[in-house]
Every structure is written in structure tokens, then in C-alpha cells.
Design a protein around this ligand. Structure first.
Ligand code: SF4
Length: 323
């Protein structure tokens, strides 16, 4: 069942250019996808590709410039403040660094209780009972109630952030690089916790990560972004077995420990993502793509459905290895 449908979502920031001119940096450009209840969609791409801005627009932490975010049958973009506040309890976000996302002034009880106090009538011992339930669900206990974030390890602090995200029984949680600030030794524990919570609570995850090994472990489907646009999407197994966009192939080749079962990487990723203020004409990836041909420099490739549930925006998707 479709829980979230994003249609043509765009976000542009006005940037002052010279004394009087303003130009638009289109950081998210016409992105569309669906997410089913209980599913995990991995959102990947280099830093600066628009992943986090896209997630912030979905939650309306940042206002989209255009497009629709249909959640549970209702377009969140059209909702006024009061109606949005009511629907927000069904969506939550966990950020990369728990020490930055958790207020240092509050103890664990108050951090987890805060959304309950704002959105429900729970108070007193009933509130504390619910907070302890949430802490236990993420592997913490009542002994942690009076601690502050700085007294916790990174893994414990991220568990508090997850408990806080779970407080209002959301249907969808955006996980924005949820383990990349943690020690390697605790990353697997937090990922396993997220898998268990998804099973127990029927959660859908929008899982943002630059680590493709983690995404392969977590995601049912993957959406690859480059310079604000979606360039490939498909089932995780199909994308890892035979990517249909040179950018995805390059990202796979750049993973620290490439899987020997993956197709031999043929593309090295060089240079940086260009500025969204001045995107290259034609295919936006063409200045970095070793497979670029004349057509790529003038004509932007449309997203096309291919085999195995793949969608790719590459003129030559069928000619890639494994295609
Ligand atoms: Fe490379 Fe051309 Fe495909 Fe763009 S359209 S990814 S430049 S081959």
C-alpha cells in the first residue's frame, strides 16, 4: 500500500549574484517517487546531491518550491499550519549526529517526553511510564532517565533520538545518515535495532546514506540522486547486480570494499558535483562521465523504465555492463 507519493518535488534557493541580480539554485529538481507502508527506500548520492533537502521538503521543515507530497492520501504541501502539525505526528526524523540534535539542557526523560507533551495529554506518571516503554524499546532503561546527552555514548544518544522519533507512533521515519557519526563497533547494533523496530511497528523508512554497503543491507528499493535530480531507481538487488546509470556504477566502484559478486567497476568518479546554480547542459553528469557522447552534452536524458523495475536517466543505459 502506498504511504507516500512525491510528485515533481522541487526546491530552489535564490542566490544573490552581483549587485542587483538574483539567480535560482535548484537544489531539488522535479523528483517523483513512491514509498510503501513498511518499506525502506534508500536515498543515495554524493554530498551536495540534494538528498537532505529533499527529505526536509517532504517533512516541510523546508518549504518546497513546487510539487506535491501526498502522505496518507493528503497533500502535505497544501496543508495549513494547524492541519500540518496534526499530520506531523505521523512523520519523524532521526539526524546524523545525536549530540547536535538532542538539546544539552534536557535530560533523557524530557527529551523523549517533549513530543508527547506537545502532541498528547499524557502527563505525570503516565508520561514517565510511556517514556520508559520507549527507552526499553530501543535497548535503554529507566536508569538512563536523568542522564543528559553528553553523559551517553554515541550509540546510546542515537537510541534516545530514535525513542523520541518513535514517541508519537509515526508511520514514516526519515533516517538521515543515522549511523555515520557513530563508532563502527556500534553502527551494526543501531542498524539491527532499526530493522527490529521496523518489523515490530510496521514503519516505513526513507534511509539517506552515502554508504552503499549500509543501504544494501537496509533498503528494499534505492533512489539515486545527482545534482538535484533522480538519475536511477529500482529494487536494491537489481541495482547492485546491474546498475543502469554510470553514476550509480561509479558510486559502487567507490565503495571501500566492493562486493566481488558485483559487476566489475569500470567507472572511476573524479571531480566534484557541479554547482546547482550553474548545472551543465544536457545530461548533468556528462562532465564527469567517461561514457559521455555528443548527444549527452546537448540533450538531457529522460527517466525511462527498463527491465527489472529499473528506471534510469541515461541515453545509453542498455549498453552498461550487465544490462
Ligand atoms: Fe553518461 Fe551520457 Fe548517460 Fe549522462 S546520458 S550518464 S553523460 S552516458
Amino acid at each position: 500500500m502506498t504511504l507516500l507519493e512525491v510528485r515533481g518535488l522541487s526546491k530552489a534557493f535564490p542566490i544573490r549574484s552581483g549587485a542587483f541580480r538574483r539567480r535560482l539554485a535548484r537544489v531539488v529538481d522535479d523528483v517523483s517517487f513512491t514509498l510503501n507502508a513498511g518499506e525502506t527506500l534508500g536515498l543515495v548520492g554524493e554530498s551536495g546531491c540534494g538528498k537532505t533537502t529533499l527529505a526536509r521538503c517532504i517533512l516541510r521543515i523546508s518549504e518546497p518550491t513546487a510539487g506535491e507530497v501526498v502522505f496518507g492520501g493528503q497533500d502535505l504541501v497544501k496543508l495549513g499550519h494547524g492541519a500540518l502539525r496534526a499530520r506531523r505526528s505521523e512523520l519523524a526524523i532521526v539526524y546524523q549526529n545525536p549530540y547536535l540534535s538532542l538539546s544539552p539542557r534536557l535530560n533523557v526523560h524530557d527529551l523523549v517526553a517533549e513530543p508527547l507533551v506537545t502532541h498528547t495529554r499524557l502527563r505525570g506518571s503516565a508520561l514517565t511510564t510511556r517514556v520508559i516503554e520507549l527507552l526499553q524499546a530501543v535497548g535503554l532503561s529507566a536508569d538512563d532517565l536523568r542522564k543528559r546527552a553528553r553523559q551517553l555514548s554515541g550509540g546510546q544518544a542515537q537510541r534516545v533520538a530514535i525513542a523520541r522519533a518513535l514517541a508519537l507512533r509515526p508511520k514514516l521515519i526519515v533516517l538521515d545518515e543515522p549511523t555515520s557519526a557513530l563508532d563502527v563497533s556500534v553502527q551494526a547494533q543501531v542498524l539491527n535495532l532499526l530493522v527490529r523496530l521496523q518489523r515490530e511497528y510496521g514503519l516505513a523508512y526513507l534511509f539517506i546514506s552515502h554508504n552503499l554497503d549500509v543501504v544494501q543491507h537496509m533498503a528494499d528499493r534505492i533512489l539515486v540522486m545527482y545534482l538535484g535530480r533522480m538519475v536511477e531507481s529500482g529494487p536494491t538487488s537489481a541495482i547492485f547486480a546491474a546498475p543502469k546509470h554510470p553514476y550509480t556504477l561509479a558510486l559502487l566502484a567507490a565503495t571501500p570494499e566492493p562486493d566481488p559478486d558485483r559487476p566489475a567497476p569500470t567507472i572511476a568518479l573524479e571531480g566534484n558535483v557541479p554547482s546547482p546554480l550553474d548545472p551543465p547542459p544536457g545530461c548533468r553528469f556528462h562532465p564527469r562521465c567517461p561514457l559521455a557522447q555528443d548527444l549527452c552534452r546537448t540533450q538531457a536524458p529522460a527517466l525511462r523504465p527498463l527491465r527489472d523495475g529499473h528506471v534510469s536517466a541515461c541515453h545509453f543505459a542498455e549498453e552498461l555492463p550487465g544490462a
